[in-house]
Design a protein around this ligand. Structure first.
Ligand SMILES: [Zn+2]
Length: 174
């Protein structure tokens, strides 16, 4: 078998048959005289065994890398497909809905509607209850915050007297 060692003069890696250990020869690179070391000398590698480490590594790298690469590729594909599908779905179904609700809620303002009874009197007929009921139905029960009674005074055109009347003040969201 061959042994590998570095030239002690120039560091050139040399490969010599292990049978030549102890013999002198000239380094082909620096042309200096050197003694072929024995196999158990420090820094001496077996030529047949020395290549395997790199080869082994290379082989492992070649074997592992395709597997790792294909596995990674498979995983990537597995990940990419659901990830691409789900966000688009969830973007539409999930985040948007709360946003819509939030937008609707934020768009709503607290408003006040005052309905005076006098304004609901048409041709002598009191339509106050009807008007208030209509308004409440329009606003929707869930948007009504409070209903307060109010009294007010007005000058009756006919009698020119101050009259007191009532109405409602509705606080609602809309
Ligand atoms: Zn040399």
């Amino acid at each position: 078998m061959d042994i590998l060692f570095d030239c002690p003069h120039c560091g050139q890696e040399l490969e010599v048959d292990s049978d030549a250990a102890g013999t002198e020869l000239n380094c082909p690179t620096c042309n200096q005289r050197l003694v072929v070391p024995s196999l158990d000398s420090p820094g001496v590698r077996v030529s047949g065994a020395a290549p395997p480490p790199p080869l082994h590594h290379a082989r492992e790298a070649h074997v592992i890398n395709p597997i790792a690469a294909s596995a990674a590729a498979k995983e990537e594909k597995h990940f990419q497909v659901p990830i691409r599908d789900k966000p688009s779905e969830s973007l539409i179904s999930k985040p948007l809905k709360p946003l819509e609700f939030a937008a609707k809620d934020s768009e709503k303002h607290i408003r006040v509607k005052t309905i005076r009874r006098i304004d609901c009197v048409e041709v002598g007929r009191d339509k106050f209850d009807e008007h208030v009921s209509e308004f409440l139905a329009k606003v929707g029960e869930q948007n009504i915050i409070s209903i307060n009674t109010v009294t007010y005074t007005y000058i009756d055109i006919g009698s020119q007297k101050l009259l007191t009347d009532f109405g409602v003040l509705i606080v609602y969201k809309g």
